[in-house]
Design a protein around this ligand. Sequence first.
Ligand SMILES: *[C@@H]1O[C@H](CO)[C@@H](O)[C@H](O)[C@H]1NC(C)=O
Ligand SMILES: *[C@@H]1O[C@H](CO)[C@@H](O)[C@H](O)[C@H]1NC(C)=O
Ligand SMILES: *[C@@H]1O[C@H](CO)[C@@H](O)[C@H](O)[C@H]1NC(C)=O
Ligand SMILES: *[C@@H]1O[C@H](CO)[C@@H](O)[C@H](O)[C@H]1NC(C)=O
Length: 394
Amino acid sequence: MAVFWKPIAGRLLLTVSLTLLGWGVEGQGDRQGKKLVSGDVTVYLGQGRDIWRPIIHTTSNVSEISCIKSSFQLRTFDPEGAIFYGDTKNGEDWFVLALKEGMPLMQISIAGSLVSVMGGPQLNDGKWHTLEVSNQDDFVILDVDGSKGLVVGMGGPAKQTEDSHAGVLRLALGGILIDKGKMMIQFDHKMDGCVRKGSWLDLRVPWEVEVEEFLPCYQDILPGSYFPGTGFAVFNTSVFPVKEYEGIKIELHGDFSKMHGTILSIKAPGQEMMLTLTANNNTQEVNLSYGSQKISMKATFNKLVITFLDELLQVLKKQEKLQDLQVVSVKNSGFSSTWGNGRLAIGGLLGEGEDNVGSQFLAGCLDMIQIQDRDLDLDFAVKHPSISSHSCPA
Ligand SMILES: *[C@@H]1O[C@H](CO)[C@@H](O)[C@H](O)[C@H]1NC(C)=O
Ligand SMILES: *[C@@H]1O[C@H](CO)[C@@H](O)[C@H](O)[C@H]1NC(C)=O
Ligand SMILES: *[C@@H]1O[C@H](CO)[C@@H](O)[C@H](O)[C@H]1NC(C)=O
Ligand SMILES: *[C@@H]1O[C@H](CO)[C@@H](O)[C@H](O)[C@H]1NC(C)=O
């Protein structure tokens, strides 16, 4: 961002009154068939897409910029993802603000030199935070909730030539407009988070919407993974290491009485279904089937730990201080033949082929999903865009 701020830094002093609140709040219109929104629109950044294209973006002439400050609010439980991108010279000079490990990460490329800085407060606590990115002399500054978050010194040649007043500036939210390989620090771009009340430089041009429709930003959110009943998330089982003699341990937390549909299914293409876990909110039953074993449970627990081996299944249900452990032997589990090349789906029943067609999708929220004692991040699955990986509506 420093790029297009630098040439105008001198002019900032002249720009005393900033009319940042201008463009219609609900402004929506059409520009050559593209849906347009105002820059202060509330945007869900995720959309679960595998491509890095942003959710919304805008273009202006550098010569029209007189303010060197952008501010907006961000809310997320997601530790990693793309937030805000800007470039000039058709992507030659660029700026990216992302989260990684829950902390702000800024990467800036100017005239071929790359700078990155990460740190500041943990932002993925599900609360709205006010972020402000500005450029002062040779520094790019990120303020978080009114305090200094990160400062990057750019140094380098300070003299700007006249032609840096010209050219086009592009801004984007929820993705980037250049090849992700140019990042100095790689990150997963998918961001289950919301941005609102944006004020971008002093631009009042509308933003173009890149997606069919905006997914909702719920009023209140809680940590978890939310499945609206329209799709599932699929992993290759081979990414989960098997502990010898210990098998696979899957732990799920949530209000099972409010879930409806397939919570979990595991299957290899061309083979029998190895494991399914389903919930029915009408009968208040949670059913588990693994090989020859079928277990039907009353949905009166909020923690479920399933551990399975070739010929053994262990089910632990917990509710408050009560817990109930069941250990049963299993025939024809299919474990050893399935795990190597199988798929594990959260929120739906795997189909026959390899083409990730599912059915009986889950409606509900899983507060926590762990496999082999590690949190499962659905951002790393092949998943339907409707699933939010790190938050559930409260
Ligand atoms: C940028 O400037 C050119 C001419 O200088 C003009 O045609 C164009 O509409 C401007 N673009 C924007 C987004 O203001
Ligand atoms: C699973 O593995 C296949 C190749 O065996 C690969 O094409 C696919 O992308 C993998 N899926 C995930 C979710 O990693
Ligand atoms: C769960 O299992 C029980 C007993 O096998 C069966 O009667 C019931 O229909 C099953 N429920 C669902 C939702 O599959
Ligand atoms: C069960 O879940 C379905 C799907 O979300 C929902 O439409 C229905 O209202 C729920 N029923 C009850 C009794 O909660």
